[in-house]
Design a protein around this ligand. Structure first.
Ligand code: ZN
Length: 251
């Protein structure tokens, strides 16, 4: 009987894995048919937790660090865990209170927050690591590369090397005025847009200067988005937040 139960459990596990892989593949397949130019560029997605652990054991730069665990005074406003985002839909688990970056950019972010503290400022985080299946969900809803990453390419967020953030007052936690809010998709959000009050331009410049000084790169079209160079061939990942969180709490 125990053997039968064991067999049934294995069958059930295989079935779940099959369903999950079909989901990811169907996101890609849908993409493939809609754009023939990228037909052969199927991204390699790391969705097996054990494969991620092996990578981390070989090189600790691949580790995904929970940001508040190394920078406790960060403020999180994880918009995709709410309906307060440009899709109007909740994409992440509603109770999400963790966000991750790979080790090197996470440590750079800690330095940045320490430097900002000297000026009475700190960082507010809107998003960082984004599981690949969430990118598929965005694509299903929006299907416009101006606003969301194309699943055939994946994104810096999927690789744990991109972050969306702004500056806030360290005491009041009020956002510093950047001229537009987060995920405002028009040329007003571009770094090159100059038709804004001088104070807004100065604030954007302050964020850009400190991020770039510490190794991040700016994205011209979104003042809130910064990314780390993909110097270690960081893979696209589809590992849920809860699994990464469980690991962080063991470290
Ligand atoms: Zn972003």
């Amino acid at each position: 009987m125990a053997k039968f139960n064991h067999l049934m459990m294995n069958f059930f596990k295989m079935f779940i894995l099959f369903i999950l892989s079909t989901k990811v593949l169907s996101c890609y397949a849908q993409q493939k048919s809609s754009n023939s130019k990228i037909r052969d560029k199927k991204p390699i997605i790391q969705s097996r937790f054990n494969a991620y652990i092996t990578d981390v054991k070989n090189d600790s730069n691949y580790a995904m660090l929970e940001l508040k665990s190394i920078i406790p005074d960060l403020v999180y406003d994880l918009r995709y865990a709410t309906t307060n985002n440009f899709t109007g839909k909740r994409i992440y688990p509603a109770d999400l209170n963790t966000t991750f970056l790979r080790r090197t950019p996470a440590l750079a972010l800690r330095t940045i927050n320490q430097e900002l503290a000297k000026e009475g400022l700190k960082l507010k985080i809107f998003d960082a690591y984004r599981p690949y299946s969430a990118t598929c969900r965005f694509w299903k809803l929006i299907k416009d590369e101006r606003y969301v990453a194309n699943p055939s390419k994946g994104s810096g967020h999927n690789r744990g090397i991109a972050i969306d953030l702004t500056l806030i007052d360290a005491l009041t936690e009020e956002e510093i005025d950047m001229g537009t809010g987060f995920d405002h998709f028009s040329d007003t959000a571009h770094h090159s847009f100059s038709n804004l009050p001088k104070e807004n331009l100065r604030n954007r410049e302050k964020l850009k200067t400190i991020m770039e000084k510490n190794g991040f790169k700016a994205l011209e079209t979104e003042w809130w988005h910064y990314f780390w160079p993909n110097d270690k061939n960081y893979m696209i990942m589809d590992i849920p937040f809860r699994k990464l969180t469980a690991l962080s709490s063991l470290e």
